[in-house]
Design a protein around this ligand. Sequence first.
Ligand code: F6R
Length: 252
Amino acid sequence: MVLEVEVLATAEEVARRAAGVVLEELAAGRLGALGVATGSSPARVYEELAAAGARWEGVEVFALDEYVGLPPGHPESYAAVVDRQVRAPLGLAPRRVHVPDGAAAKLDAACADYERALAERGGVDVQLLGIGATGHIGFNEPGSSFASRTRVVELADRTVADNARFFDRPEDVPRRALTQGVATIGTARRHVLLAQGAAKAAAVRAALEGELSTDCPASALRTFDDVLVLLDPAAASLLDQRTTGRPRPVPA
Ligand code: F6R
């Protein structure tokens, strides 16, 4: 089990470092499947990947989660976001991109289908992750079992509020989602978690230094095999020196 924490000078460096890990696996012929998160944290990583001019033809992409209740094609559905930010820039065929079907009539069946698609592909090689202020990974909110698999979940009020920035009106933010479970996420061969900004500092501390507990689903990272946590100084600001290998910054 290896968990490394790196504090980089800027959010741009965090993105470059994360992209470097993905490109290294691709160049070594070890990237059969890339796991992607949506939201702000990895957006620059995808720009870096697209700018690298690599060949992505053989790679499958799996999203972590999808809202329930948005009409298909809604610009903020994660299917649309992954299409815009990952599939099109990397020049991938649509059939290589997998997102749980949040518009399915039978949501439980859609979750089982997603687990099956992941298993058939042999799991994800590199999983990019963000972290929610609630300590979620994917949409596994506090209380999510470390043994959980892909399923329908209720979003925490804080998550709904945080994601309102992507929607015209707060009441438009879906309150349910399909998400890979904590255990599903744990099946990836390598994990790269990115966090930028002071709003993530408490969740990052809980994940890395708090109890191993479903109160902070991201603490499950410490049970995964190969994890790299990339932080900017603000996201790392509450961490102990023993975690980061560097002194805590003195607040201005
Ligand atoms: C999104 C996802 C979430 C986000 C998290 C952080 O697919 O799974 O766990 O990674 O909510 O979101 P941002 O990066 O927008 O702060």
